[in-house]
Ligand binder design. Structure first.
Ligand SMILES: Nc1ncnc2c1ncn2[C@@H]1O[C@H](COP(=O)(O)OP(=O)(O)OP(=O)(O)O)[C@@H](O)[C@H]1O
Ligand SMILES: [Mg+2]
Length: 307
């Protein structure tokens, strides 16, 4: 069995002439929180809709739980919960009554499913309140309760923090984390806010203009962007000996024919520079590299950034 709960192969989607997704290969591991990051119009919702069979791909293949979405959607859907378009809750019913209606429509028969879902999202004490009296955060939590009510293994949540205030955002973030950590759900979440994805996701896929620009773990991304002293010089071998013998550090990496990155940023740049030059090395560049994740995203999406 594939270790991926979601996997796409060269997924491409046209809306008429317009290409909304181009050659997308994503890999969502079992039990992970996968953040799909991209600006408005990047293709996040389109990708999620394809996973749920709400729209079809033009080319490529999509697998969920190792099954092809085109063939086995009926086996896939009962195991997935989603928040993709705002569910049509009735304003004059309570949260409980709304969920009960959906439970009946969807054939959810498990005893206490509604109570458990409401408890999970922290709405269990709002029994009397009508949906119309809910705050935006409560409405969003009810939508998540609906998504988890049938106890699915996989949750697909399209911008679940959209429109929430900072407290609502923190609540939903906590909820998503607990669904992952305590309930062992696999979660695919989309957002256009980098800082939010960075706080919640294990893995990130960055999508821009329908193309997946990067897919990696958050840890890898952070490492890639950690602060370092960068040298461009003529002899990386000799320079690494000096770093070890004179500056007593192993905390560096040779990152190119002429490049060394020193992660021990307390070391004095000027003194290292001097030591290199005195041993006959030509130093072309020496600087402190301090790119934030945000700078990185701006760079790879080639624009004003996402966050
Ligand atoms: N039903 C549709 N018909 C035609 N074009 C569509 C349709 N749905 C989406 N698109 C186009 O496909 C592209 C991707 O849209 P999509 O909604 O997937 O982006 P998104 O990343 O979810 O954006 P947002 O952050 O605004 O929700 C956009 O250019 C959009 O205009
Ligand atoms: Mg969208």
């Amino acid at each position: 069995m594939s270790k991926y709960i979601i996997e796409t192969n060269h997924l491409t989607k046209f809306y008429g002439e317009q290409k909304a997704l181009a050659d997308i290969n994503i890999h969502v591991k079992r039990g992970s929180i996968y953040g799909l990051l991209g600006r408005n119009g990047a293709g996040k919702s389109t990708l999620m809709k394809i996973l749920l069979g709400l729209t079809s791909a033009s080319e490529g293949e999509t697998f969920v739980f190792g099954m092809n979405v085109k063939k086995d959607l009926h086996k896939i859907l009962p195991r997935v919960g989603n928040l993709i378009e705002t569910p049509g809750f009735y304003p004059n019913l309570t949260g409980y009554e709304n969920l009960k209606l959906f439970a009946r429509m969807r054939g959810v028969t498990k005893k206490n499913a509604i109570e458990e879902a409401l408890t999970l999202v922290g709405l269990n004490n709002e029994n009397k309140k009508l949906f119309s009296e809910y705050s935006l955060g409560m409405k969003q939590r009810l939508a998540i309760a609906l998504a988890v009510m049938h106890d699915p293994e996989l949750l697909i949540l399209d911008e679940p923090i959209n429109g929430l205030d900072p407290i609502g955002i923190a609540e939903v973030r906590k909820l998503i984390r607990s669904l992952s950590e305590e309930r062992r759900k696999t979660i695919l979440i989309s957002s256009h806010i980098l800082s939010e994805i960075a706080l919640v996701a294990d893995d990130i896929g960055i999508i821009d203009h329908g193309t997946l620009l990067e897919e990696s773990s958050l840890e890898e991304l952070e490492n890639k962007n950690k602060v370092s002293i960068q040298f461009q010089l003529s002899d990386v071998g000799q320079a690494s000996i000096i770093l070890q013998e004179v500056f007593k550090t192993d905390n560096f990496k040779i990152s190119g024919k002429e490049n060394i990155e020193v992660y021990d940023t307390n070391l004095p740049i000027a003194k290292m520079n001097k030591a290199f030059v005195e041993s006959g090395i030509d130093v072309h560049k020496a600087y402190l590299f301090e790119e934030s994740l945000e700078d990185y995203f701006k760079k790879i999406t080639g624009g004003e950034g996402i966050a």
